[in-house]
Design a protein around this ligand. Structure first.
Ligand code: AHR
Length: 507
């Protein structure tokens, strides 16, 4: 049986795990906004001002820290002025990226901000660089955040909102190397400086500007951006143009042309998926290394604002809608990512799973016919792990026997863990990726003691198990009673393909 020991020093605090590592993403794509978050005021689905209340209630339980909107690729053809004012007067457009469907702009700026208020989350707005203008983006910032009197303030007030909103997170373009304009890194970096210049801080609303960054392991892109981060020599006290730079990395079981099915996969596909997920660690390390050269004080954040699994769409659904099922495999991809994120907490300021409802690795799936709502296995990982948000990370030193497996020549560590402490409460998360074998784990706690622990387990009989309207809790957390309090620590047998969280007061 695989065996591992995890040494955790309770008295050696690491960096804070920003709550924004648990961020979300909602694009005008398929049924994420329309049918997912938004049903319109006349819907028979209970709603507030058109926003689905069952979705809001489910997400409130996750304490989601921020929501990125309106894209993705859609952001670079979105013109915000089309989405304000009386809905019946709003112009229509074609969503050319996603299914070539008509977008009626009924969900716009005011609706998004109302959604954030209902969710209790911070907005992260992604501005249009690909087909927009500097003026358009500058005026959107003014419309949202300026107080007093100005042309955009008057327009906002005419649309029914007197007070400015607070918006901190602002994306300057999306995937400018691809759907956001097919630019070269040098050109994109120059544009990021230009747009950032005119995205003003109005009053005390201080923007955190996120420049469109690299795809996967494109470290040269990051280097080009970091070289342009501030204007040395043009100012006595150089100030960064942007406060964060993004990177996108998705988890696939194979190449883009053969991503594979969300449900119909075998053990080999499963392990290949986990190797791809594990690669996130290497990618974040690579970008952080480049950033350290230009910003050793770590003032600029790395923002992984798109991550998650990407499978073939479910048979019979619109290929442009990216609707996929979500199994225990997806949940373990998520738990592995969070261990990686916690490890990178000093540089990684934000991460956003793609996407929250009905698209890619979603938390929630809604049935288009019955409107039934299903919480996915991934949802449960976010819920079980929420105690790590804004907690102090604790390094986990793992050593194991038989906890490595070779997958197509790459070593995969099958036991993964991360830990933190917040408000006197210790939380450790453990993932056993082995498809077949349980792992014996000793958690050796040093530098402090804990009180009565409570543990929860997320697993299922099969890797392919998932939730449906008919079987809502096929994959759901339950109490885990296999925990023994040993001298100076904890001992447990972690079932195969499972995720366990243990919480205990620090004495
Ligand atoms: O999340 C789906 C798409 O993936 C986004 O629109 C784009 O940014 C990325 O390529």
């Amino acid at each position: 049986m695989p065996r591992a020991t995890a040494v955790i020093n309770l008295d050696i605090p690491g960096p804070t795990i920003s709550r924004h590592l648990y961020g979300h993403f909602a694009e005008h794509l398929g049924r994420c906004i329309y049918g997912g978050f938004w049903v319109g005021e006349d819907s028979s689905v209970p709603n507030e001002g058109g926003i689905r209340l069952d979705v809001v209630e489910a997400l409130r339980a996750l304490d989601i820290p921020n929501l990125r909107w309106p894209g993705g690729c859609f952001a670079d053809e979105y013109h915000w002025r089309d989405g304000i004012g009386p809905r019946e007067d709003r112009p229509r457009m074609v969503n050319t990226h996603w299914g070539n469907v008509e977008e009626d702009n009924s969900f716009g700026t005011h609706e998004f901000m109302a959604l954030c208020e209902l969710l209790g989350t911070e907005p992260y707005i992604s501005g249009n660089v690909g087909s927009g203008t500097v003026r358009e983006m500058s005026e959107w910032v003014e419309y949202l955040t300026r107080d007093g009197d100005s042309p955009m303030v008057r327009l906002r007030k005419a649309n029914g909102r007197d007070e400015p909103w607070r918006v901190k997170y602002w994306g300057i373009g999306n995937e400018t190397w691809g759907c956001g304009g097919n630019m070269r890194a040098e050109y994109s970096a120059d544009l990021a400086r230009q747009y950032a210049t005119y995205c003003r801080d109005h009053g005390d609303n201080k923007l955190y500007r996120i420049a469109s960054g690299a795809s996967d392991a494109d470290y040269e892109w990051t280097q080009t951006l970091m070289q342009q981060i501030s204007c040395f020599g043009c100012d006595a006290t150089p100030k960064n143009f942007f406060q964060g730079i993004s990177v996108h990395h998705y988890t696939l079981a194979g190449p883009w042309e053969a991503k594979g099915s969300a449900l119909d996969f075998d053990r080999d596909d499963y392990y290949r998926t986990m190797v791809a997920a594990q690669r996130t660690d290497e990618i974040l390390t690579g970008h952080a290394r480049v950033m350290d050269v230009y910003d050793p004080g770590r003032t600029v954040g790395l923002v992984l604002d798109e991550w998650g699994t990407w499978w073939d769409v479910e048979p019979g659904t619109n290929p442009g809608f990216l609707f996929q099922q979500n199994t225990l495999r997806d949940a373990l991809v998520a738990s592995l990512h969070f261990d990686i994120f916690h490890k990178h907490a000093a540089r990684l300021h934000m991460a956003n799973i793609a996407q929250t409802v009905n698209v890619l690795q979603a938390m929630i799936l809604t049935d288009p016919d019955t409107e039934a709502l299903v919480l996915t296995p991934t949802y449960h990982v976010f819920e079980m792990n929420k105690g790590h948000q804004d907690a102090t990370s604790l390094a986990v030193h793992l050593r194991g026997e038989n906890t490595e497996r070779s997958v197509d020549g790459t070593e995969l560590a099958t036991v993964s863990a991360s830990a933190s402490v917040k408000d006197g409460s210790f939380l450790v998360s453990v993932t056993n990726l082995d498809a077949d074998e349980a792992a014996e784990l000793v958690i050796d706690l040093r530098g402090g003691t804990i009180g009565e622990p409570q543990a929860r387990l997320l697993t299922a009989g099969r890797l392919q198990d998932h939730n449906t309207p008919q079987a809502q809790a096929a994959v759901a957390p339950r109490e885990f009673d296999g925990l023994k309090v040993a001298d100076g620590g904890l001992a447990l047998t972690v079932p195969p393909h499972s995720f366990v969280t243990i919480q205990a007061p620090v004495l």
